[in-house]
Structure formats: C-alpha cells, structure tokens
Ligand binder design. Structure first.
Ligand SMILES: NC(=O)c1ccc[n+]([C@@H]2O[C@H](COP(=O)([O-])OP(=O)(O)OC[C@H]3O[C@@H](n4cnc5c(N)ncnc54)[C@H](O)[C@@H]3O)[C@@H](O)[C@H]2O)c1
Length: 294
C-alpha cells in the first residue's frame, strides 16, 4: 500500500494556523510532503510553499472573519495550533488566542468542513486536570456569540487568572463535549487534540520568562525543568515530535478516532495519574485496616 494514499492528504484542502513556527510549521512541512493543498495562517509571515499564506492576528474577530471568508469552500482537515504564553495583564488575550478564536473558527468553518473531515487542536499537559473546570468550560462553550463570551470572561476573573492553563483546559473540554454533538457526529467530523509536554519551539523563551516570578529566563527554565523534566530525567521534545503525530491524528489513518486528548509527553502525565491512584488506594487500604481494627 502506498503510504501517501494511507494518509489521504493528497490533493486535499488543509487549513492550519500557527504555521510560521514550531509544531505547526513542522506539521505544515509534512502536510506539503504528503501532497496536501495547504492554506496557512499566522500573525507572522510564513515562508513555506503553501497554496496561500495569510498574515492575521487571530485574537481579533474582524481579522479572523476576513481570512475565513477567503478560504476555499471545502476544507478536509483543519488544524488549530496558534498559541502564546501567559504574561500578567494578558489574561483575556491568552483566552482569545489559545481557546476562544479556535472554538470560533471551528464553528464558523463548520459548513465548509467536508463530511468525514477532521479538526485537530494543540492543547497541552498544562491543561491536565481539565475535568475540574469542565462545567464552567461548557457554560462558556455554549454561549452563542463572541461578544457574550467576552462578557463571560469579564465576569470570571478568578478562572482566567490562571490564563494559559484555563485556556488549554477549555480546549480539552471542547473536544470532549463536542465530539458527539449532532453538528459534528452526523457528518462524521472528528475532533481531537494533542497535549504536548515540554517542547523546544518559538514559545520556549516566553514560557521560561513568564514562569519566573522575576521574569528571568534562566530561573523560569529551571522551574519548568523541575516540573516537567527532573522527575523522569527527561529532555524537551523537538517541534516535529508533536507536529508529525498531529498530522497522523488528522489523517485518514485515524478515521475512527474522535474525542481524544492525546498526551505526547513520554508518559509524564500517566506517571502523575499513577501517583494519584496509588496514593488514593493507599488511603483506602489504611481506612480498611482501621475499620478492621475497630
Ligand atoms: N512548546 C511547548 O512546550 C508547548 C507545550 C504544550 C503546548 N504547546 C502549544 O503548542 C502550540 C504551538 O506552539 P509552539 O510551541 O509550536 O510555539 P511557536 O511560538 O513556535 O508557534 C506558535 C505560533 O502561533 C502564532 N501565533 C501566536 N499568536 C497568534 C495570533 N494572535 N494570531 C495568529 N498566530 C499567532 C505564532 O506566531 C507562532 O507561529 C501552542 O498552542 C502552544 O500553546 C506548546
């Protein structure tokens, strides 16, 4: 069997955001190699031989609307990958870039997405524990307009203060909530997200700076390393180690996969889950023995 045929991208229309850099750039290179007609969007200029490159700020509804109106009538696969780190005072911007614009684009483009098409997002290990805010995320997801969502954000400063995490948790919630909803399932449109671990990309310096309480890149690097890498003597991934699997998820190879949050973190979040489960069962064992002794 020919590998390109298996992926199913040859001659198909693919729209991808964030393609100027990092994971999305790596994904775009592979999509081009696999024969897709790629329409790429980024706030920065994109120097890849795509069908059409759009330079637009996807935190702005008017700029999004302009690009969407120009995109082809039929889209086979949509990849929403643009993202920024969180700096104090940018809470609302982070929500718009890292989640709300992605929900908005998905729903605005739905009529153009082909039956059996796919939508794939980049969430994050940073969204781990998304279940805890699911009800709030669903409340936000169900608001019908951009304006109502902005008002909702204004009314929930406590949620968006943890800006990056909350936006990624909303993405995970969106995939979970919407994968079986009629507008997607009736047309067999698949929704999935990859959840990357620490990866060296254009965002690395911003992540380091924003993680340090003093805005010190070196200090931030150490904090991130302690959280994500030290526990398993780990190392940061390369952009293609996220971009390539994402291309597989959006392809025909995964034609029966939907609603999945795929952690690509060398097992880190599984080890967190394992630790939590063992701690819980330990308590239960202690409780059981206490009961037996009384
Ligand atoms: N790098 C990591 O460790 C890591 C880990 C988990 C998740 N992620 C997520 O992966 C995704 C890809 O990021 P990356 O790490 O490859 O970083 P990157 O900076 O290399 O790529 C992000 C792209 O998004 C674009 N972008 C930012 N704001 C935009 C806007 N307003 N409008 C249009 N485009 C905009 C940037 O110009 C850039 O090209 C992001 O959503 C990020 O949150 C990254």
């Amino acid at each position: 069997m020919e590998l390109k045929k298996l992926f199913g991208y040859e001659g198909k229309t693919v729209v991808i955001t964030g393609a100027a850099s990092g994971m999305s750039r790596a994904a775009t290179e592979l999509l081009l190699e696999l024969g897709a007609n790629v329409y790429a969007i980024d706030i920065n200029s994109i120097d890849l031989p795509v069908m059409k490159a759009y330079q637009a700020d996807l935190s702005k509804k008017e700029e999004i609307d302009q690009v969407l109106a120009d995109l082809p009538e039929k889209i086979d696969a949509l990849f929403l990958c643009h993202g920024i780190a969180h700096f104090k005072g940018k809470e609302l911007l982070v929500q718009k870039v890292n989640f709300y614009s992605q929900k908005y684009m998905t729903e605005k483009l739905l009529s153009k997405i082909a039956d059996h098409g796919s939508v794939t997002y980049i969430s994050s290990v940073g969204g781990f524990g998304w279940e805890q805010v699911y009800d709030k995320a669903v409340e936000l997801i169900n608001l019908p307009t951009w304006e109502e969502a902005m008002k909702w954000y204004d009314e929930h400063p406590e949620l968006i203060s943890n800006a990056y995490v909350f936006a990624k948790q909303c993405l995970a919630s969106y995939v979970t909530y919407k994968c079986m909803s009629k507008e997607f399932i009736d047309r067999r449109i698949r929704l999935n997200a990859i959840n990357p671990g620490d990866t060296t990309t254009g965002l690395t310096e911003d992540f380091n700076r924003s993680t340090s309480p003093n805005g010190n890149v070196k200090e931030g690097e150490e904090i991130i390393s302690n959280i994500f890498l030290k526990s398993w003597n780990g190392y940061a991934a390369e952009a293609k180690e996220m971009g390539y699997p994402m291309v597989v998820v959006g392809s025909d190879i995964c034609s029966y996969m939907s609603g999945q949050l795929i952690y690509i973190d060398f097992g880190l979040t599984s080890s967190w889950t394992s630790g939590a489960l063992l701690q819980k069962s330990q308590k239960t064992i202690e409780e059981i023995s206490e009961e037996a002794n009384t």
